[in-house]
Design a protein around this ligand. Sequence first.
Ligand SMILES: C[S@@+](CC[C@H](N)C(=O)[O-])C[C@H]1O[C@@H](n2cnc3c(N)ncnc32)[C@H](O)[C@@H]1O
Length: 369
Amino acid sequence: MEEHLTVGRVAGLAAVTVRTLHHYDEIGLLRPSARTSAGHRAYSARDVERLREVLAYRRLGFGLREIADLVDDPATDAVAHLRRLRGLLVEQRDRAAAMVTAIDRELHARARGIRTTPEEQLQMFGAQLYDTIGSAYPATRRTEPRIAARIWEALGDAEKVLNVGAGTGSYEPPGRLVTAVEPSAVMRAQRPAGSAPCVAAAAANLPFEDQSFDAAMAVSTVHHWPDAVAGLREMRRVARRVVVFTYEGAGWRDRFWLTSDYLPEFGRLLTGRPALADLAQAIGARTEPVPIPWDCADGFFEAHWRRPEAYLDEHVRRAVSVWTRVGAEAEDRAVRELRDDLESGRWAERNRDVMTLEAAELGLRLLIA
Ligand SMILES: C[S@@+](CC[C@H](N)C(=O)[O-])C[C@H]1O[C@@H](n2cnc3c(N)ncnc32)[C@H](O)[C@@H]1O
């Protein structure tokens, strides 16, 4: 017979009161499937799974009625709930990181006697991560021609191209009919005059008819999407060809001195993210490695692998979301340790091989479907 947990045990494990569980039972949100011989509520593994969903949605701020609709939806199985919860939590974490950054910025400004405007003060609420960090983006982020060439080649003869998570439009191909999609108002506002029209939307819900583009591209953005698989399927739905520039999380620890020796917290950002193989499979894509040239013009996280001093520069870091997402403490420590090692010669000693390379394999990949 299936094993059941008593109401007291479940309450203890989930860190809620027995009264809460009684309430959930009374309102029909979570009815335990059995009773003990003494008449106490007893929870099966399936009941516990449902409780976990209820509590997780609750923690995300959903109301009990909304939660009932969510957990009763027959089209959403346990894995789909986990994926959705994960996406929502990642979004919440990124928003919290963005708020911390905004608060730090204001504290810094106040310490120098500068008052922030009402607009600046309110910007942190409801902001996309890139609404907070996006203004630092153009300082070091631009088209890297060798990577652009790979992306444009993969687009083939596509004429109508959709660029999802387009940002300031660094990789939009010239000579084609481009439409951009970008959820952050700050990023949209920074698109150069004359660039492609840009729609305010997110990858998971592209406001276009099926097959309305010859190709859809997404560059350095998929890792920000709450549900990357859903976003890629949307791209597949609206376009005949899909080209994605992203990176392979597996093996990160052994690939790049910055994350292995100075910023192991990077691993936390990968936790629970779909594997590259799953992303590729979701859209039937093939995968091609993209080596990063030593003098890469686009200042993304890995770009300065042979120019370590660049990571000491605040402008370089602020244009890369990783540094905000790991938090100020990890960032400060990593930068301090890197500075010390550069000064002492320890970095050079440890990374002799790196300095002889023209391009490095750091897990960057093109997915082409
Ligand atoms: C690192 S930037 C890359 C911008 C541009 N593709 C480039 O290569 O310069 C990541 C972009 O993804 C956008 N983004 C974040 N979440 C998104 C989502 N759910 N759907 C589409 N874009 C998103 C951000 O607002 C940001 O502009």
